[in-house]
Structures are given as C-alpha cells and as structure tokens.
Design a protein around this ligand. Structure first.
Ligand SMILES: C[S@@+](CC[C@H](N)C(=O)[O-])C[C@H]1O[C@@H](n2cnc3c(N)ncnc32)[C@H](O)[C@@H]1O
Length: 367
C-alpha cells in the first residue's frame, strides 16, 4: 500500500471547499453547543485574570465550528471579563491553515467572531492529536468534532471493502484494536493537557445502539456504495486490483461501549489520570442535502449538491490508494470518474441516498 500513516496524506479539501460543502458537520456542532455551555456552567471558571484556553482539535478550515466557538468564547468572556482567552485550532500539517486564518480573520463570506471578543488570541497548531499538543495543565475546554475516528495508521488492507465498517474477521479486529489504542492514548494526552476542572467535549463519529453509522441509517449505505464503485473501477480496468486493495479509510468507528471503556475501568491509565465521564449520548443528525431533496424533489440537483459533501472528506483516502506512479492529472481524472459515477447513481435513483451523521457525544471532566 502507498502510505499507512494518516499524517502523510490526510487533509480535507482546501480553499474553502470543506466548510462550504459540509454544512451537516456544522449542524452537528451547532446542535450540541448547549453541552459545552452546560459544562462551562458546571466548571464555573473564576474571573481571576489568568489565561483561559480552548482548543478545536481536527478543525479543518474552522468554518464549520465558527458559530459554536463564537458562542462558547462569548460566554467565557461574559463570565470572566478579566481573563485573556487563547483559542487554539489544531489539525494535521497538510491542513489548509491559511484558509482557517482567512475565515477566523473575516476575509471570507463566513462571519467570524474574532473582532467581537476582546482580549482574544487565536493560534494554529499542526501537531497530530495522537501526540501531546499543549503544555501540561493548560487546557480548559478541549473540543473536537467529527475527527477522532481518524486513526494514526492503517493496520492492514481490507480485502473486501474500503472501510472498517465492511471489514470482517481479523481485518475488522485489527482496525478495532488500532482504534482502541489510539483512543486511549488520545484521552491520556488530553488529560495531561487539561487543567484540573477542565472539560473535554468530543462529538465523535461512531456506531449507535441500532448499528447506525455515517451514511448508513436505513437507506442506501454510503460506504457500501463507495466500495461498489471502486470495485467496478477495478473490474473495468480504470484502476488496478492492487489499487483497490490499497484503498482503506484510516478510520475506526467506535461504539459507545468502546468510547467509554477507558473511562469506566478504574484500572485504566485514563481513569487513573483523572478523566471522568459527565455526559454520553448518541444522536443522528439528518443529511441536509437529503432533507432538501424531500422538499424540492429534483434528483439532478440533489446529486449535484450531495456529492461534494462526500468528496470534501473522502477524496484523500481514495487518492492515497492510487499508485504513486500515476501522474497528477491521471489521478484527478480517476477521482472525477469515481465521484461522477456516484453522482450518476444518485441522479438515476435518488431515494434512500444521504449522509446522515451518527455521533457519540462525550463530555468529560478532569478531576
Ligand atoms: C471531517 S473533518 C472535521 C472538521 C471539523 N472538526 C468539523 O467537524 O467540521 C476531520 C478533520 O480531522 C483532521 N484530523 C484527522 N486526523 C487528525 C489528527 N491525528 N490530528 C489532528 N487532526 C486530524 C482532518 O485533517 C480533518 O481536518
């Protein structure tokens, strides 16, 4: 396979494409901002003039979280007028941080909070959340949405599918083991970064009690469709069978039990380090494009608007499976063909398509 390390290739589509195409991820955060507000209420931070730090980990271009961050930082400012606020956006080194800063500094059509909050300092950090990112004891609110499913590396090829949700036997077990070990170290690293009384608000892609996950909530399964189309491209010679095999999303979708295991076991290093669950729930947030289709009924329009949201986050994983010997133009043409076929399927038979979001929401306190 080309590269098994996620950091080597992962980045959402840049130049503003991500947040323009991914309004559902914004809906997830906007709909759960009250969980962070309630945590802030419990935290009751003193107005003592010390530095208050919030992070948005795996922020992409920062556009989807902009209103959530505005709400939370405005509340911190209201409660603690004397405290300087530090807002730290983190993502992988290949992320389009320039776009992030353009959004935060109001240079795009997205309305930013930056000039509305006094004594606010915004920074970017390109260190992986699988490592320590911040000084010990310095973090007050650590937030991450729709990012923790990215594992640090692909543990093996999946022979029959492109994603671990379709993997079987040892292959599925290898992804779950990688997911468990990355999740535990992610929580441990964050616990070290948190100040006592600090909170984590992690809105994670996962598998809910009914076995639902992203794009798999009862209609046409999105990951199965990805797999079918890639298999089709391998069968008709557009790509090689090796390229099909080398295409594996570096992701693990975890169940609520898997998310909470390190927090419930008093012998686990995460528990011993002082991290405790305050709140856990699962939710399904409807795909905004499928919802719009219900009212406008235009299949071509739905297909045209829906495919970019898939492309905004999935393309790097498909590109990473292609042979490095292919020139850039050829790789781009294969991607256009791949997403074109998906669009044609949706346009021809739109019913049941959609990317509903399935999240496990966790709020934790460092005691
Ligand atoms: C689907 S996007 C979510 C972006 C944003 N949080 C939202 O909810 O719209 C996932 C983001 O996580 C980032 N990511 C993946 N692995 C990461 C890691 N190890 N450290 C930091 N960011 C990571 C990706 O680069 C990407 O920007």
């Amino acid at each position: 396979m080309s590269s098994t390390k996620t950091d080597d290739f992962m980045a959402m589509k840049g130049a503003g494409y991500y947040s323009k195409a991914t309004t559902g991820a914004k809906d997830v955060m906007d709909g759960a901002v009250h969980l962070i507000m309630e945590a802030l209420e419990r935290m009751d931070p003193p107005d003592d003039g010390s530095l208050f730090t919030m992070s948005d980990m795996g922020c992409a271009d920062g556009g989807t979280s902009i209103d959530m961050v505005r709400d939370v930082l405005s509340e911190v400012r209201r409660r603690c007028p004397s405290r300087p606020i530090q807002m730290i956006y983190t993502d992988l080194p290949r992320n389009d941080f320039s776009q992030l800063f353009q959004i935060v500094h109001g240079l795009t059509d997205i309305k930013s909070y930056f000039s509305d909050i006094e004594n606010l300092y915004v920074y970017g950090c390109g260190t992986s959340f699988h490592q320590i990112m911040l000084p010990p004891g310095s973090l007050h609110i650590g937030h991450s949405s729709t990012a923790s499913h990215y594992i640090s590396k692909v543990p093996c090829n999946i022979s029959n599918h492109v994603h671990m949700v379709g993997a079987e036997g040892d292959e599925r077990a290898a992804f779950e083991a990688q997911g468990a070990s990355d999740w535990e170290s992610m929580l441990l690293n964050r616990t070290q970064e948190l100040a006592t009384g600090g909170r984590l608000a992690l809105f994670n892609f996962g598998i809910d009690e009914e076995g639902r996950y992203l794009g798999h909530t009862g209609g046409v399964s999105m990951f199965d469709t990805f797999n079918e189309i890639l298999d089709e491209l391998a069968s008709d010679g557009t790509i090689s069978r090796a390229e099909y095999l080398n295409t594996n999303f570096p992701q693990c979708y975890r169940t609520t039990e898997q998310f909470t295991a390190p927090l419930n076991d008093s012998s686990n290093p995460v528990y011993k380090a002082g991290l405790r669950t305050e709140h856990v729930e699962s939710r399904v947030v409807r795909c905004p494009y499928a919802r719009d289709f219900e009212s406008h009924g235009d299949a071509q329009k739905f297909a045209r608007e829906y495919i970019p949201t898939l492309r905004s986050w999935s393309e790097p994983s498909f590109l990473s499976g292609l042979s490095g010997d292919r020139p850039g133009q050829e790789r781009a043409a294969i991607m256009d063909e791949f997403y074109g076929r998906y669009e044609a399927r949706v346009a021809a038979a739109p019913e049941g398509h959609g990317m509903d979001y399935v999240h496990i929401y966790l709020v934790c306190e460092k005691v």
